[in-house]
Design a protein around this ligand. Structure first.
Ligand code: GN1
Ligand code: MG
Length: 367
């Protein structure tokens, strides 16, 4: 790999680099924190973009810059303070005027590191409420973005497409792992039609696409010390999609009592309190734009994402681990089992979730 300090020097930074060290736990890109020797200048986050997955880096960065500039304008208009901590700031490359630099092999980008923030792998109901408010307002701020965003990964959260990838992986069985995975394939197939409901509603003209984040894992949010959400990070997958993406992926991670790849399935279950708090916050801040069909399908969204993630981890396992980074050979199968357990637990709360959405006001927790 390139000398990281040299990579940083290709961008229009302030100050001088003292150290570049690994950062975070993303499954796709590689991230580094750039420590500034000059205490008056900011630290930065350097990322190597996974070019195998994000094939159109130009479109990717155009999406991100369009979104961050639009949010910045909205915050300025509202008279918000501390805006640099509430939206990401990308640094252009010195040559070419792009927000990335290509070294002939890898694509790199640089953004300002936001100081004094906390990231979480889990949340309590209060933080979940704040997260709901944050995603509702993220989507409402982007409701009138003038730019047309592209799909940085085509069909990213298209359930029909993800199922077709799984079916192809099953048919090819390239890694010879189908036998040990057959149980999950059968269980996923049983639910396939129901889970493709969003695409169906879209074709019928009943469900809109909006600019969504599409990777709302809880660790993609920055909180301040008092639990307020400062901003949403990891904007690679910001693109037009159903609102279910953002609700669903947040709950998949935040309402899971275990880890995404927990080997102990007894630890994995769906936490209704996290759901209620999130739904309260999201519905409050999203009420200006959400349609009845979007609201009524919040419980569906909560099941869709553990389902989709099970499909994706399983397909990758069958394909011989070509997409997600793994730490050991059966990692994707362990992830499949854990996400499937979460799906079953979430399904068992469907009725309770529906009742909450219909008569939420009486049961909403207060903070
Ligand atoms: C990937 O990059 P990261 O780790 O935030 C993936 C998400 C999955 C997630 C599963 C571009 O997100 O869609 O939900 O892993 N991102 C992409 O943990 O595929
Ligand atoms: Mg991430």
């Amino acid at each position: 790999m390139n000398n990281l300090t040299d990579v940083v020097s290709r961008f229009a930074i302030e100050g001088n680099v003292s150290e570049v060290k690994p950062l975070g736990s993303g499954l796709i890109n590689d991230s580094f924190r750039v420590i500034n020797a000059d205490t008056n200048a900011p630290d930065y986050v350097l990322q190597r973009i996974n070019h195998a997955i994000f094939q159109d880096v130009d479109m990717l960065m155009n999406n991100i810059v369009a979104v961050t500039s639009h949010i910045r304008k909205k915050l300025e208009k509202k008279g918000e303070k501390d805006i640099d901590r509430k939206v990401l700031t990308f640094i252009p490359a010195k040559e070419g005027g792009k927000y990335y630099w290509f070294d002939g092999e890898n694509y790199w980008r640089l953004m300002v590191f936001i100081k004094g923030t906390i990231t979480c792998e889990t949340v309590n109901p209060e933080y979940s409420y704040y997260a709901g408010v944050a995603f509702g307002s993220f989507q409402s701020m982007l409701a009138d973005i003038p730019d047309e965003l592209g799909e940085s990964i085509p069909n990213f959260h298209n359930m029909e497409f993800r199922l077709s990838q799984l079916r192809e992986a099953v048919a090819n069985n390239v890694a010879g792992r189908l036998d040990e995975a057959q149980y999950y394939v059968d269980e996923l197939e049983k639910r396939a039609d129901e889970m493709c409901k969003a695409e169906q509603l879209y074709r019928e003209g009943k469900l809109p696409k909006r600019v969504c984040h599409c990777d709302t894992k809880v660790n993609n949010m920055l909180f301040d010390e008092s639990g307020n959400v400062l901003c949403v990070i990891d904007l690679d997958t910001v693109m037009p999609n159903f609102v279910f993406s953002d609700i669903g992926d947040f709950l998949r991670t935040a309402a899971n009592t275990g880890a995404e790849d927990d080997e102990n399935l007894d630890r994995v279950s769906f936490n209704m309190e996290i759901f209620k708090a999130f739904a309260k916050g999201y519905l409050e801040s999203g009420k200006s734009f959400l349609t009845p069909i979007e609201i009524e399908n919040l419980p569906y969204a909560a099941t869709l994402f553990p389902y989709m993630q099970t499909v994706r981890f399983l397909a990758d396992y069958l394909n011989g681990d070509t997409y997600y980074k793994i730490n050991y050979p059966t990692h994707n199968l362990v992830r499949t089992a854990a996400q499937f357990k979460l799906l079953r637990s979430t399904e068992s709360y469907l009725q309770e979730m529906k009742e909450f959405i219909e008569h939420g006001d009486t049961e909403i927790p207060s903070f």
